[in-house]
Design a protein around this ligand. Structure first.
Ligand code: OGA
Ligand code: NI
Length: 354
């Protein structure tokens, strides 16, 4: 809790939200957002390589193979025929945009930043809290959408008035999809289809809506810095504007939006459970000069107190145990305090092999 309060106090120092910078028509990015030249993005590679698109309506054994392969090679895939109504996805985008379009003070009033469950929640900025980190060109809204006991609906947006029912519905739907995906991912490891779900117990779904206004000098900034997610898996919905990039074989590849699809990625906790077979890939977001971009990201987390460790079935002489165990909520708290260090958290758990 101390660490959370410290983060919270830091946030009280005035830092402009990027939407304000955009609206005041700055011609140059303020110094606090400018990356040292060696960290700036080089243009990402387009085709021929692109993250796999998996049709969840295909034959079961085929999907298991595809999901497992994508999780090993990329740590990312996109799903179509995922079972979530496309009209619900449209409503989610609409209510989210309507909230971000409200005046700044209104958004702050409805969703104040405050210490929440495992992390800061509310509307503002979260990832960059120390004075010497370069700020990301993004504003965000963070809260849980499952289970009801941690949702704090009193701090959810009240405008538009359909926000709550839309996100409650979306939370339920993504939970169903996540159940299905965890089954496929477990089977892909050669484990029983309920292995991961049984291990993580009652999951939590944490929402982060990223809002990236146009930026006058996009080559000088990050939208979101390179990082891997501290989740079990993550489900991302974007508004079809390009910006997400995934690192594969040392190169950054941009994800081309597929209409009606959702992007799924493996998080650090599943990399640990799978003993490194599935990868929690580094990824980042870039911004552009003329378009807003929004992504609606749901992080699936494990219940408090769950011991996250490599599945014993995946360890043998030729596959030594790669990671130390960690407690679910401790991993997430640590993760939030070191988010600017990229993959540092999961890497700190690697067991030296002799
Ligand atoms: C994140 C993230 C990428 C995006 O919020 O963890 O990786 O495309 N976002 O917004
Ligand atoms: Ni991420």
């Amino acid at each position: 809790m101390d660490a959370l309060l410290k983060q919270f106090e830091r946030l009280h120092r005035p830092i402009d939200l990027v939407q304000t910078l955009h609206e005041s028509q700055v011609k140059e990015v303020p110094a606090r957002y400018i990356l040292p030249s060696d960290q700036r993005s080089v243009p990402a590679i387009e085709a021929p390589q692109s993250i796999p698109v998996i049709d969840l309506a295909a034959h079961h054994s085929e999907i298991v193979t595809q999901v497992a392969k994508a999780s090993q090679d990329w740590g990312f895939f996109q799903v179509i025929n995922h079972g979530i109504d496309l009209s619900l996805l449209e409503r989610i985008k609409r209510v989210s945009k309507e909230f971000f379009d409200l005046p700044l003070e209104e958004k702050r009033k409805q969703c104040p930043v405050r210490p929440g469950t495992r992390m800061l929640e509310g509307y503002g900025r979260f990832f960059d809290i120390s004075d010497d980190t370069v700020l990301d060109w993004v504003d965000a809204l963070v809260h849980y959408v499952y289970p009801p006991s941690v949702m704090a609906v009193e701090h959810w947006p009240k405008t538009p008035h359909t926000y709550r029912e839309t996100y409650e519905k979306y939370g339920e739907e993504v939970l169903k999809l996540a159940d299905k995906l965890l089954g496929l991912l477990s089977e892909g490891l050669g484990l029983g289809s309920d292995y991961v779900q049984t291990l993580i117990k009652e999951p939590l779904l944490q929402l982060r809506i990223n809002y990236y206004p146009p930026c006058p000098q996009p080559d000088l900034v990050h939208g979101v810095k390179p990082h891997s997610d501290g989740s079990v898996i993550t489900v991302l919905l974007d508004d079809q504007v390009e910006g997400l990039q995934v690192r594969k074989g040392g190169k950054w590849l941009s994800v081309s939006p597929v209409p009606g699809s959702l992007v799924v990625n493996i998080g650090d906790l599943l990399q640990i459970i799978s003993n490194g077979k599935y990868i929690s890939a580094e990824h980042k977001a870039v911004v552009n000069t003329n378009q807003y971009r929004m992504s609606v990201v749901l992080f699936l987390l494990a219940e408090d107190g769950v011991l996250i460790a490599p599945a014993p079935e995946l360890i043998d002489e030729s596959h030594p145990r790669l990671y130390q165990s960690t407690i679910s909520e401790e991993y997430v708290t640590n993760y939030m305090s070191k988010i600017n260090e990229g993959k540092a958290n999961v890497e700190a758990l690697i067991i030296e092999q002799h």
